[in-house]
Design a protein. Structure first.
Length: 264
């Protein structure tokens, strides 16, 4: 029997979702350890994709395979035993051929920035102090991202992939100057390693006047390379939506809705 588990997590203290040989304290490890406690045997967990160390997910989907239906309320037991920074929203039985990663047709990431110091935001929004930004230029840069097909220039390790093509369906910037905050939102069929944080890096370069729209376009077209590029901070990044053709997930996470306040 296969189950999709819809959850969310605060990734501040984790090294991302996926467990790796030389990486400790990942969300996947914690979930698998908790399932082992409940079932007294190893249960392999498959995730819908990677998340960066320090990044968050307000909507994340995993799947597990069980020989038979649990004899207890699995959602209740998971939430009782998982740490406070991981929450299970719903558990859905699916067909055994349905896969949480390969069947996802789109994912949406939201990235939050604030430039007025606010202790409430510091874990969930990237603080860039006293920024002066040209939002019209940034929106033009976001429009270029929407038009782009090949994201090799915005990938941390492009040689890991057979191709670096992505189909971006939405890409937008939302600004509240009074609050001193912005949200960058992007939806695609797939994302490459480091891609969103590099998008934000270049948006900030354009917005602060350190790069022209023409120069950014040359980079996207791989006509020019910026050798020194630093991905934006991880803590402003949220995987906020995962879409399947056969499933509608509940909009369960309140934190992302609060962060979007004034930025919609």
């Amino acid at each position: 029997m296969r189950y999709f588990i819809h959850l969310g997590f605060d990734g501040s203290n984790y090294s991302g979702w996926q467990k790796q040989k030389n990486t400790l304290n990942t969300v996947q490890e914690v979930v698998e350890q908790t399932l082992f406690q409940l079932f007294k045997k190893a249960v392999t967990v498959y995730g819908c994709g990677r998340t960066d160390a320090g990044g968050h997910a307000s909507q994340y989907v995993i799947h597990i395979n069980l020989e038979e239906a649990p004899a207890f309320d699995l959602k209740f037991r998971l939430n009782k035993n998982l740490p406070d920074n991981i929450a299970v929203f719903e558990i859905i039985e699916v067909n055994e051929e349905q896969h949480c990663r390969y069947d996802a047709v789109a994912r949406t990431y939201d990235y939050f920035i604030h430039w007025k110091k606010d202790p409430v935001l510091m874990r969930y929004s990237s603080f860039y102090e006293d920024l002066t930004l040209d939002f019209d230029l940034m929106r033009k840069a976001a429009a270029l991202i929407l038009e782009t097909k090949d994201f090799r220039a915005l990938c941390k390790q492009p040689d890991l992939y057979d191709n670096t093509l992505c189909r971006i369906t939405k890409c937008a910037l939302f600004v509240d100057e009074e609050q001193g905050r912005l949200r960058f939102s992007i939806t695609s069929n797939r994302f490459l390693r480091g891609m969103i944080r590099f998008c934000v890096f270049f948006l900030l370069k354009v917005g602060t006047g350190q790069m022209t729209i023409a120069e950014f376009q040359e980079i996207l077209k791989q006509e020019k390379e910026l050798k020194q590029k630093q991905p934006a901070f991880p803590n402003g990044l949220f995987l906020s939506r995962v879409e399947y053709p056969f499933l509608e997930l509940k909009d369960s996470h309140h934190l992302i809705r609060m962060l979007k306040g004034g930025l919609e």
